[in-house]
Design a protein around this ligand. Structure first.
Ligand code: PLP
Length: 338
């Protein structure tokens, strides 16, 4: 698929990847180390774990490294929730939560959205004694907006200690809103809070598959227990450790995205499109009718701009555009002009 896109000069705006490529420091580190791949990686990625711990000023006991954030989700949904217990996720969110719950036959409750925002009150209302896990993507994928710290604290105060509140922060590095929750601080107080992060987005390492979890020592022990040996490959761990220190690349990626996001949101609004204001590296565009959405989708595709229809995520009248480099934003706007 990637080759097809490359040959046809297609702009892939469907998977929220970093358009600036991988972190150069990560690229250099794996280029230098690639002759060591005859050796197994470290068990539980100890070196990377230490790097993440010192980066966040946490203990290594509070960090779990996984093959993408999705491996942590897999362990959570497959192993942490037993028969009779339930999972709560918002109605319009990252499709993988629902797919994993279906595969592992986990009872799933869908909280209501309010004006395309995750509604914390609806989550609280959906909880009962058997609610084991709540998952919130923050920023939410596909809407791109956030729940603020006050809302997260309200949720944490209103759910049982035995319910894990999982905050998926795949896009946290793109957030500019000052009310975004400081989950590292909150986790120290609320031991049922679990934070998931990834190297797939701002660090530009989606193809390598590496992510991490921040949680209490007891919860991390459970993640370690259920993880098969060596799922995080050696090059992924080396690249991630280097990327973590690539401050210039993260800064450039953040600034480029913020500038392009501001431009696209303004121009889309001027053109009369319905959008949700984003704190992430993508923008959610919604329509009154599915046919209208499909017409615009086809127009973009006809101009080699591939965005993602949101049906599988829970909305058949919307698509999501990954924010490209600034120079490609004008191409989108030109194409979207009626
Ligand atoms: C909210 C959210 N969580 C997790 C992921 C996947 O992360 P990873 O590539 O680390 O498995 C994505 C990917 O698009 C996502 O949007």
């Amino acid at each position: 698929m990637a080759y097809k896109y490359k040959n046809l000069n297609i702009e892939k705006l469907s998977q929220n990847e970093n358009p600036l490529g991988p972190s150069p420091m990560a690229f250099k580190a794996i280029s230098e180390q690639c002759k060591t791949i005859n050796r197994y990686p470290e068990i539980h990625s100890t070196t990377l774990k230490s790097e993440i711990a010192s980066h966040l000023e946490l203990n290594t006991d509070n960090i779990f490294v996984s093959a993408g954030l999705v491996e942590a989700l897999d362990i959570l949904i497959r192993n942490f929730i037993v028969k009779g217990e339930n999972l709560i996720i918002p109605k319009l969110t990252f499709v993988v939560y629902r797919l994993l719950a279906e595969v592992f036959d986990v009872e799933t409750r869908f909280s209501q959205m309010k004006d395309y925002r995750i509604d914390v009150d609806s989550i609280i209302e959906s909880c009962d004694d058997q609610t084991k896990v709540i998952i919130i993507a923050n920023p939410n994928n596909p809407t791109g907006n956030i729940i603020i710290e006050k809302e997260l604290i309200k949720l944490l105060k209103n759910v049982s200690q035995h319910t894990y509140v999982v905050i998926d922060e795949a896009y946290c590095e793109y957030v500019s809103d000052e009310d975004y929750p400081n989950t590292i601080k909150l986790q120290k107080k609320y031991t049922n809070l679990i934070v998931l992060r990834t190297f797939s987005k701002i660090y530009g390492l989606a193809g390598l598959r590496v992510g991490y979890t921040i949680a209490s020592k007891e919860i991390i022990k459970q993640f370690d227990y259920y993880q098969p040996p060596f799922t995080v490959n050696k090059m992924a761990a080396i690249a991630a450790a280097a990327a973590l220190n690539d401050k210039q690349f993260v800064k450039d990626s953040f600034e480029m995205n913020l500038t392009a996001r501001t431009f696209l949101e303004k121009e889309l609004s001027i053109l009369g499109y319905n959008i949700v204001s984003s704190q992430s590296n993508f923008i959610f565009v919604f329509f009154n009718e599915r046919v209208e959405r499909d017409k615009i989708f086809d127009k973009l595709a006809g101009n080699n701009l591939i965005v993602r229809k949101m049906g599988p995520f829970g909305d058949f009248r919307a698509f999501r555009i990954t924010i490209p480099k600034l120079e490609n934003c004008q191409k989108i706007i030109d194409c979207l002009r009626y």
